[in-house]
Design a protein around this ligand. Structure first.
Ligand code: ATP
Length: 194
């Protein structure tokens, strides 16, 4: 998967709608302190389903909505749109995440309403996601060097494209447990009938 474009509206310091083209290859974001470099990277993580406000340097998820300044009123919602090459057949993937004050986040993939979990799977299957090592924030290089073996393993699994299997395994285990409980109940009932 290759991210091609990013559109932001009301997200953190990006109060006005902004659109960025991301060209093939390595992309670096440079600019003076406080201009919004980290906010951009956070927008990519956020649209990919990041659920931890702490990773967004926020107290609560609604804090990603433009909070207003002395000259400008706060916004009621924040929206990030990510456009990417879906992979095999060159089709385009459009993922939208929107948050409204008091209403939480909503996601759309290619125009269809989906759950956060579905969005996470779309990216995990493409060997990327909110925690992809391809998104290198300030200080990340030092963190990679200091990472524990288990954390390095997660990075390798993401790079190898098998991170999505963990989510599917968890789902399958839950279904298995529910089926085992149903079977035990059935045996009880059959035992009573005998
Ligand atoms: P540095 O190089 O110093 O790390 P940076 O370019 O990475 O800076 P960011 O941290 O992305 O900059 O942006 C910080 C700016 O974003 C600050 O001016 C902050 O006030 C603004 N900001 C963050 N959240 C919001 C919000 N919800 N509403 C309005 N502005 C916000």
């Amino acid at each position: 998967m290759r991210i091609k474009r990013l559109k932001l509206s009301g997200f953190k310091s990006f109060v006005e709608p902004a659109e960025l083209r991301i060209e093939p290859g390595l992309t670096g974001v440079v600019g003076p302190n406080g201009c919004g470099k980290s906010n951009l990277l956070e927008a990519i993580r956020w649209v990919m389903g990041e659920s931890s406000p702490k990773s967004m340097r926020s107290g609560g998820m609604e804090d990603v909505i433009f909070a207003g300044t002395t000259q400008r009123p706060p916004r009621a919602f924040a929206e990030v749109v990510l456009l990417a090459d879906a992979g095999d057949n060159d089709s385009e993937l459009e993922v939208v995440r929107r948050i409204e004050r008091g209403a939480g986040s909503a996601y759309r993939v290619n125009g269809r309403d989906v759950r956060a979990k579905d969005v996470a799977l779309v990216f995990a299957d493409a060997a990327t996601g909110a925690h992809s090592p391809a998104l290198v924030s300030q200080g990340k290089i030092a963190a990679v060097i200091a990472a524990k073996p288990a954390e390095r393993r997660m990075m390798l699994e993401e790079a190898a494209g098998i991170a999505g299997l963990h989510v599917r395994r968890k789902d399958a285990e839950q279904k298995l447990r529910a089926t085992e409980a149903n079977l035990a109940r059935l045996e009880d009932i059959m035992g009573q009938l005998d």
